[in-house]
Every structure is written in structure tokens, then in C-alpha cells.
Design a protein. Structure first.
Length: 276
């Protein structure tokens, strides 16, 4: 019998409170409320094995959202003294111990996890899943992909599991706005590295992104009475804080609007204004 996996077991005994599956030497209870109608001794039943609240191995015919060797995004339904508890489709919630959290999670959060058996033989979840991610994705440069944020490093960037199975990163220079663990992102592949891992950007290719950035600047100009407080002489930090874009992207957008004759730069402070 394999804890944490789906398997087909044989009915060996029928009792008032359910049926026992397995063999005469090793058997596990399938509770009565989950026993298929008309079941008889010798019949095969597909079940998932886990441990109940009393740490006894038990069988279920319910479909778990996660089994050993898999990855899944699960919701935090409670936080307790020993860790967070995740909804994985079974009666007993799945424990995500504090030591297995890469970032602190709260009730209502969603996180990408895998399943493991702890030292006491219980099934638990872990957010430390980088070693399980594959590096043989079918994607190439400029492909659009979707993935789940599973780690954040303030120095290097944001770690993403593309399709919840392929290893990828949004480098720090490409991170715009606040990202959080469990967030679903759409991104563009900027590079496929020698080891097969993907580099991503949440911004589009430069020509398309330039148009989007230019429209953003126009909208802000209209909101601010036709004049921006930020100029292309402002610091990169100030531009990123105000517009969530790099200084290079800001200058490209300004250049696009100047070329289109929609703005002008005037005064000693080189203020950016809507052209009348």
C-alpha cells in the first residue's frame, strides 16, 4: 500500500462501518459513506490513501487535488500554530508547515505546492518545489506563456512555474509592480538559457509596449491637467514609482509622443506638456 498515491485495492472484508481493502496481511478501511453501492468481497476499488485526524491510514474514493510527485495550486483555508492548512479536496485539510513555506501565507492565499511524507509518516505540503520543475519546455523566445509565482528574491527576481511545471524567472530588471506568491502571470519568453530554464518579461516586445506606454503617459497627462511632474531627467527610481516602467521605456514613450506631435517639452525644467 502506497501512502499519497491512487491505487486499485481489493475488498477483503465488509463491516457495518465500511469495507477493508488490501489483503489478509495488510488492509485499510474505506469508510461506509464512500463505499460504492453493491460492492462485494473480491471487487477492485480505486482509492487514494492518506492519514486521518488520528494518524490512521485510511482510504478514500474522493479525488485529491494533489498526489505524490505532482504540483498543484491550493488555497489556504486556515493558519494555525504549526503552519497553514490547504484545501486539497479531502475531509482532512493538508498541512503546509511553516518551515516548508518560502513566503508567509495567510488565509485566502493560493500557493503552488508539492506533496511529501514527513519524518512521522504524515503527508504534508511544501512550497520548496524548484527541484521538481522541468527544464525541457517547448517554448522559444517571444512565445507568450502563463505561470504561477512560487518564489520572490528581492535581489534576483521572481520565480515562476510556467504551466505549473517548467522552471522560469522574471529577472529583477523586468519586475514591474508588486507580485505575490501564487499570482498567475502572463509573460513573454525573453530567453531560453543553456540549462533550459526560461527568462520572462511581463512587458510586451518594444514596438507594441512603446504604444502602450505612450497611451499611459497621455492618460496621466490628462489626469494631471496637461503637465507631468516627471521628466526624462528624473531618476529611474522616480519614473518606476510613478509609471511602473523603466527610464528607457519612459524615454521611448516620450519620443513616440513627440514624433506624433501630441506633446511638447518646454521651460527650463523641460516639463512634458500636452500640445494644444
Amino acid at each position: 500500500m502506497r501512502l499519497g498515491e491512487k491505487q486499485v485495492l481489493t475488498v477483503v472484508k465488509i463491516v457495518d462501518f465500511g469495507v477493508y481493502l488490501g489483503s489478509d496481511e495488510e488492509r485499510v478501511l474505506l469508510p461506509k459513506k464512500q463505499v460504492p453501492e453493491g460492492i462485494e468481497v473480491g471487487d477492485p476499488v480505486e482509492v487514494f490513501l492518506y492519514k486521518d485526524s488520528s494518524d490512521r491510514m485510511i482510504a478514500t474514493t474522493r479525488e485529491p487535488k494533489l498526489t505524490l510527485g505532482e504540483l498543484a495550486v491550493l488555497e489556504v483555508v486556515d493558519v494555525g500554530r504549526v503552519g497553514a492548512f490547504l484545501d486539497w479536496g479531502l475531509e482532512k485539510d493538508l498541512l503546509l508547515p511553516y518551515k516548508e513555506q518560502t513566503e508567509k501565507v495567510e488565509k485566502g492565499d493560493r500557493c503552488l505546492v508539492s506533496l511529501y511524507v514527513d519524518k512521522s509518516g504524515r503527508l504534508c505540503a511544501t512550497m520548496k518545489i524548484s527541484s521538481l520543475l522541468r527544464t525541457d519546455s517547448p517554448y522559444k523566445k517571444n512565445d507568450m506563456v502563463r505561470g504561477t509565482v512560487y518564489g520572490i528574491n528581492r535581489e534576483y527576481g521572481v520565480y515562476v512555474a510556467v504551466d505549473n511545471q517548467y522552471s522560469a524567472m522574471i529577472p529583477r530588471r523586468e519586475v514591474y509592480g508588486r507580485m505575490r506568491i501564487g499570482q498567475l502571470v502572463e509573460a513573454r519568453v525573453t530567453a531560453v538559457k543553456a540549462d533550459g530554464k526560461l527568462d520572462l518579461s511581463v512587458r510586451g516586445r518594444i514596438p507594441e509596449q512603446m504604444d502602450k506606454d505612450a497611451e499611459l503617459l497621455l492618460a496621466r497627462l490628462e489626469q494631471c491637467g496637461g503637465r507631468l511632474a516627471v521628466t526624462d531627467k528624473s531618476s529611474p527610481e522616480e519614473i518606476r514609482r510613478e509609471f511602473d516602467m523603466s527610464k528607457a521605456a519612459f524615454k521611448r514613450a516620450v519620443g513616440r509622443l513627440l514624433k506624433q506631435g501630441r506633446i511638447e517639452i518646454s521651460g527650463e525644467q523641460e516639463a512634458i506638456r500636452l500640445k494644444k
